[in-house]
Design a protein around this ligand. Structure first.
Ligand SMILES: [Zn+2]
Length: 850
């Protein structure tokens, strides 16, 4: 039985736990339906606590026996845990529980995936393993003994005993329970080692199912690069004798940073040239880095409570983006991050799910692993670094590691190190953590006798969690260009702290053209009337690669909005500007590929809604199609040369040089397909010897309404490779014509390979439908209905994935009343499903009631 009324938990109610945990010994006797977990935990009264009530979290556990200092006790048990009278001094708690890993479909706690035992404890999964104070501020040293008939038995820390059927692991570093992990199964290791900066040798292992050994090499190299980078850039050395990564097929998220034993969704670590795309390789490199970097930012220094989630996530996302920028192209990484931020975080920030980077209340913490906490959290770190400068950022981080190692911290602790190092008062800056919503920045210019003045005004809409918004500190990186395109004022970061504030630039020979928010220096919406000619000028001349891209993006958005609302033809400034970019062989091909990418259809829907026009998904789709065709015609003379230039000779490597060429080649091919009906795409498909070329060709063919033979051949070729078949499901739906998308998705849900309990396959299918904007928003409501049907079915099995996918409906108020009422009906239907999980209940009510 579950509690029916979800409880709201508040940041302001935080109190420390009444006891410290001095040590934890766990023994696992593994059995699919009846695993026995025995715990021996040394507790002592916590001198910093006032409330010494002994409460241990525990859910879905069968208590076999419990004892305190060897004396049997009978605790009082509820749905959420147990209480028990305890001595006033230190004592040893022992208990034995039984759990059912095989029956655990929620993939939280200890569960089974293809015969392998695996855990996921963040945020509150450990309470499904044994009774424990399952909160991040309770840190302890763990020793774990595992008994089970498996060749590989893993847990955190260093191995003390390792053998068939029995292992003991000891983790010397105090950690919260959410970082606990256990894996047992028939696994094979891809092994290597790393010599740390102080000369220690660390054994590295990537554990996979037999047959996947050939997909480990890239992940292992990425791990070694991450270890080296963290030593060189942040001075962080690894601290155990071994570092293990395990790939698992059934996993709710990308990966998990358990101490010394990272568990990865197999899609986030396994890759070979034949089965993974360049984008997969890049993502794997970034995720491996991210989880590895958590060893210091998250594990050695953790969060006091879950409200502080951004303390570890914002910082670690920021660190992994620095890593990718260093290894690959910094401008391409920045642009890609901003595209993601606008696609995922802005809608959240501007809709019913808006919450501050550090939320002040929640019902289900699993619903707060959001783009706001992660991506906006990372933007906040980037702004802080920009404001204090690189040298002080480095000093502040050194102080953070020195002062807080081994602690569970807060955002206040984090900001304090910056205040101590720089002497700055960060009180106002802290509003980035407490105010929800995307600030808007409007700017007006004035030119007077050699002096150019910019008048800025910032505003933030009030929301449920931010009723009285106050001005924030907004770093505005800015440069000025002269009429001939020369830079007349190099990049400078202005600090906007007031609601309105002006900045003057003197001694200019002519009225300059401003390049504002260079590098996207703050996550804000810039409101400025700019004519097409000025955008075209910036597209041609801006020295800041981000703003140059931004100018092209704005031109694309404007022309698409005109096309969608009035049937206007594609703008000449856009077409000519893009042609010039395409022709410019001095520009990195990956950068040119990003330039040529259109704004997504949901981004256009948002822009139209913001401009006061109800977006029509069909008209937006039509405009996007027409613009692509027009662009293809406009560029038809250069496309063959681009395709030739992007051809890669020699063996496949997912390195920046080759990846960059293939990215531009894919763009060019999609344009060429508009002209030749798929002849070259079909040729590329047949000749492809890597997944990047094979899949991009298949996508072009499907988008052109062709490719049925290739779809069948692709399935025959890859039916035994689950990760490739995920792509097969997704591509058919994403590329389907809008009027067919829901039907294609529905047919695929009837395919024997549609294993809907596997989160990857579920997302590859239903998530792909949501990505087909006009298809999901089909006027007959078929897209909404299909998604709702499956969310209702998935909820009892996997509430976490269900709740997260409800966010597909978060932008529903943008659309016409007919679509709104169809979505409302589906939200109603989900809300009314019997025994709906607290996760999904919270999400649906937030979306519906806003
Ligand atoms: Zn993380």
């Amino acid at each position: 039985m579950k509690d029916t009324a979800p409880q709201t938990i508040y940041l302001k109610d935080y109190t420390p736990f009444g006891f410290v945990v001095e040590s934890v010994h766990l023994t696992f006797d593994l059995s699919p339906n009846a695993t026995r977990v025995t715990s021996r935990i040394a507790f002592a009264p916590n001198p910093e606590a006032t409330d010494h009530k002994f409460f241990l979290h525990g859910e879905e556990l069968t208590l076999i026996k419990a004892a305190i200092d060897g004396q049997p006790v009978t605790p009082e048990i509820t749905d959420e845990g147990l209480t028990c009278p305890v001595p006033d001094a230190s004592f040893v708690w022992e208990c034995e529980v039984e759990i059912d890993p095989q029956g655990n479909t929620a993939l939280e706690g200890l569960y089974m995936s293809n015969g392998m035992y695996c855990t996921q404890c963040e945020a509150e999964g450990f309470r499904k393993i044994t009774y424990y104070p399952d909160r991040p501020d309770v840190m302890s040293v763990f020793t774990v003994e595992i008994k089970g008939p498996h060749p590989v038995l893993l847990s955190n820390g260093n191995p003390q005993v390792q053998g068939e059927g029995h292992a003991i692991w000891h983790d010397p570093w105090p950690k919260p329970a959410y970082l606990f992990a256990l894996v047992a199964g028939e696994l094979v290791a891809h092994s290597d080692s790393f010599a740390t900066c102080s000369g220690k040798t660390v054994d590295l292992n990537l554990y996979v199912r037999a047959g996947d050994e050939g997909k480990c090499a890239f992940g292992m190299e990425a791990l070694k690069k991450s270890m080296k980078w963290d030593e060189e850039v942040y001075g962080r050395e690894y601290d155990l004798d071994v570092f293990n990564i395990v790939a698992v097929d059934d996993f709710n998220m990308g990966a998990m940073e358990n101490k010394g034993l990272n568990v990865f969704n197999s899609s986030a670590v396994l890759a070979s040239p034949e089965t993974a795309t360049d984008a997969n390789f890049e993502r794997i490199e970034a995720i491996i880095a991210h989880e590895y970097f958590h060893n210091w930012t998250g594990n050695r220094i953790t969060c006091r409570d879950w409200f502080q989630l951004c303390l570890k996530e914002g910082l670690t996302v920021y660190r992994d983006s620095q890593f990718t920028s260093d290894l690959r192209s910094a401008p391409v990484k920045r642009i890609s991050d901003v595209i993601e931020l606008r696609a995922r975080q802005f809608p959240e920030d501007q809709g019913p799910l808006a919450h501050p980077v550090r939320p002040e209340s929640f019902q289900e913490i699993n619903n707060f692993y959001t783009a706001t906490v992660y991506e906006k959290g990372a933007e906040v770190i980037g702004m802080l670094k920009r404001l204090v400068g690189d040298a002080d950022y480095a000093r502040a981080l050194d102080l953070y590691f020195a002062r807080h190692d081994g602690q569970a911290c807060t955002i206040e602790d984090w900001l304090q190190v910056f205040e101590d190092v720089t002497g700055r008062d960060l009180t106002q800056f802290k509003r980035w953590y407490s105010q929800a919503g995307t600030p808007r920045l409007s700017v007006r210019e004035e030119w007077n006798d050699g002096t150019y003045t910019l008048h800025f005004a910032q505003s933030l809409a009030a929301s449920a969690s931010t009723s009285d918004p106050q001005p924030q500190v907004i770093p505005i990186s800015l440069g000025l260009l002269g009429p001939n395109g020369d830079e007349v004022h190099a990049t400078e970061t202005l600090e906007l702290t007031e609601a309105t504030q002006s900045f003057a630039f003197e001694g200019l020979a002519a009225k300059p053209i401003p390049s504002i928010l260079r590098g996207f220096s703050a996550p804000v919406v810039l409101d400025r009337e700019v004519d097409t000619a000025e955008r075209a000028f910036l597209l041609a001349y801006d020295t800041d690669p981000f703003n140059r891209w931004e100018a092209g993006r704005a031109l694309a958005r404007e022309t698409l909005m005109n096309m969608a609302t009035s049937g206007a033809p594609a703008g000449a400034d856009y077409l000519d500007g893009m042609l010039a970019v395409l022709r410019d062989a001095d520009l990195d091909p990956a950068y040119r590929a990003l330039m040529l990418g259109q704004p997504s259809q949901s981004e256009l829907a948002a822009a139209l809604a913001e401009a006061g026009t109800t977006p029509d998904p069909d008209a937006i789709w039509q405009a996007s199609e027409t613009l692509a065709l027009t662009m293809a015609q406009h560029a038809q003379d250069v496309l063959p040369r681009i395709l030739a230039e992007c051809r890669v000779d020699g063996p496949y490597r997912p390195d920046p040089d080759q990846t960059s060429k293939r990215a531009l080649g894919a763009r060019a091919l999609s344009l060429v397909t508009r002209l030749d009906g798929g002849t070259q795409a079909a040729a590329q498909y047949s000749a492809a010897d890597n997944m990047t070329l094979q899949l991009s060709a298949l996508g072009c063919l499907l988008a052109a309404g062709k490719g049925s033979e290739e779809v069948a051949a692709f399935y025959d070729q890859w039916q035994d490779d689950r990760l490739v078949i995920d792509k097969w499901f997704g591509m058919q739906i994403v590329q389907a014509a809008p009027d067919k998308a829901a039907a294609v998705a529905e047919t695929l849900t009837e395919h024997p390979d549609f294993n809907w309990k596997n989160p990857n396959r579920f997302r590859a299918t239903l998530g792909a439908l949501v990505m087909n904007h006009a298809g999901f928003h089909a006027a007959d409501g078929s897209g909404y209905r299909l998604l709702a049907n499956w969310l209702i079915r998935l909820d009892p099995v996997n509430p976490q994935t269900t709740a997260r996918m409800c966010s597909a409906f978060q932008t529903w108020r943008r659309y016409d009343s007919d679509r709104q009422s169809k979505i409302a009906t589906e939200l109603e239907r989900i809300a009314g499903a019997p025994d709906l999980s607290p996760d999904t209940t919270e999400m649906v009510s937030r979306i519906r009631d806003a």
